[in-house]
Design a protein around this ligand. Structure first.
Ligand SMILES: Cc1cc2nc3c(=O)[nH]c(=O)nc-3n(C[C@H](O)[C@H](O)[C@H](O)COP(=O)(O)OP(=O)(O)OC[C@H]3O[C@@H](n4cnc5c(N)ncnc54)[C@H](O)[C@@H]3O)c2cc1C
Length: 414
């Protein structure tokens, strides 16, 4: 080690505490929701929290949409809300009451939550990469990042430690419990979107479009989202559910063609692209974590993303609230997981298997869902809050044979 590095290490070690009651790894959606819940519910009174994030330029790296009966967290971070989801397959009341569809820019979220947290002297921030965590005793975990190390009673991980000795794939496989499956069920929801400003009023800002399959499928399952922010500004997003991430140039061609067909003159304000994993691999199988578990996964790693939709922002908020409530208890604490009802897990698996093995059927399935069901019921179903009777009614109007085949595959040919 160079002398300068040694001096730096000694300085750093002497200027920061070597113990925090809690450490959160990753200041993304789940990490910040959790820190915010801890602050809100008094968990940081007399206790310290260290938040470590390795992305120094974390800015507007994504936008989050979700539907709910009222906004989660803070109204101030919502940049737009819609009461109508245009159902292009049905001519019925398009209101999504009792829900609204909300849009949050990640930068507004990061800024808002960080401002609240920064007012609390018990919250410490580190900008570094966690390389390793180690359980030292039942109640203590050691965390290493760069030249520093410290201990905590609880560590919450929204990202896997970046050990030099292992590849990302190895870390993930290890985390997923040494999966036996050779071919895990894993797809991507990948998308590319233009945020555009048009020269003439071109949109109705009161209505957003969720899954518009009026685009060539080319044997895939692909569709458009349209989120109008005003009459002359909108996000036009091309999305695919598939085993491979969407080719960027191909997506751009599809967006250009759509805008050309609509005869829209525009300038591009921003291009958004991303890929969200769609997999049941992260699903929790038990309701609670073991009593002594104090390394706790949060966010996507804890199964927050619904495998069939990729939505997870709202679930992360609720999980943060539940975790915090449980951490407030005294005595032997039982922490909850994000386990979902088994039947909803099965529905997701059946759909993902169809989308993996016969992606050309995706359009037929989704279009018949939107043709035959009111959107609020679809949203309730995707929130996993429907009754069995409602689910029977939904499935009875879908093309059944792909689901029956998928069920056979699930039981006999996994
Ligand atoms: C482009 C995009 C759009 C999405 N849109 C939606 C949406 O509209 N609605 C919705 O519900 N869901 C959406 N999702 C899915 C999901 O809500 C997000 O992925 C969400 O950000 C996941 O939260 P997380 O806390 O699990 O991970 P992240 O938000 O990614 O946070 C993990 C953090 O850990 C940091 N980190 C990584 N490794 C280390 C390390 N070793 N040490 C320290 N820090 C580390 C990362 O920099 C990151 O900030 C979207 C996902 C993407 C990728």
């Amino acid at each position: 080690m160079f002398i300068s590095q040694l001096i730096f290490k000694l300085l750093v070690q002497n200027s920061y505490p070597s113990f925090y009651n809690y450490t959160i790894v990753g200041a993304g959606a789940s990490g910040l929701w959790l820190a915010n819940s801890m602050l809100k519910h008094g968990l940081l009174n007399g206790k310290t929290l260290c938040i470590i994030e390795n992305d120094t330029e974390k800015f507007n790296d994504r936008t989050w949409c979700y539907w709910a009966k009222s906004p989660i967290g803070y109204q101030e971070i919502i940049s737009k809300e819609w009461e109508i989801i245009k159902n292009i397959y049905q001519k019925i009341n398009p209101q999504i009451f009792p829900y609204k569809y909300y849009h949050v820019k990640s930068n507004d979220f990061y800024k808002h939550i960080k401002t609240r947290l920064k007012k609390n002297p018990n919250v410490f921030w580190k900008n570094d990469t966690v390389n390793d965590i180690d359980q030292i005793t039942d109640k203590k975990i050691s965390i290493k990042a760069g030249y520093e190390s410290w201990e905590s009673n609880y560590v919450f991980l929204s990202a896997l430690p970046l050990s030099n000795k292992t590849t990302e794939q190895q870390r993930l496989t290890h985390y997923l419990g040494k999966q036996e499956e050779e071919k895990p069920l894993f797809l991507w929801q990948s998308f590319v979107g233009y945020r555009i400003k048009t020269t003439k009023p071109s949109f109705n800002p009161l209505e957003m479009t969720m899954m518009d399959f009026n685009t060539p499928q080319n044997q895939f399952t692909q569709f458009f989202y349209e989120l109008p922010f005003s009459e002359d500004e909108a996000l036009i997003e091309f999305t695919r559910f598939g085993t491979q991430v969407l080719d960027y140039n191909y997506a751009i061609e599809q967006i250009n063609e759509r805008l050309k067909a609509k005869n829209i003159d525009y300038e591009i304000l921003e291009i958004e692209k991303g890929a969200i994993p769609m997999t049941p691999q992260f699903d929790q199988q038990k309701n609670n974590l073991p009593h002594n578990q104090n390394i706790i996964y949060i966010g996507a790693l804890a199964g927050a993303l619904k495998p069939s939709t990729g939505y997870g922002f709202k679930r992360m908020y609720h999980y943060a609230e539940n975790l915090t409530q449980a951490l407030k208890q005294t005595g032997t604490i039982t922490l909850p997981t994000m386990k979902r009802k088994l039947r909803f897990r099965l529905y997701d698996i059946l759909l993902l298997q169809i989308l993996r093995d016969a992606p050309f059927l995706g359009k037929e399935i989704f279009v018949s869902l939107f043709k035959k069901q009111p959107v609020p019921l679809i949203l309730k179903f995707l929130d996993e809050e429907t009754t069995i009777f409602e689910e029977v009614s939904i499935f009875s109007k879908l093309p059944l044979s792909p689901f029956i085949k998928s069920l056979f595959k699930y039981f006999f040919n996994r």
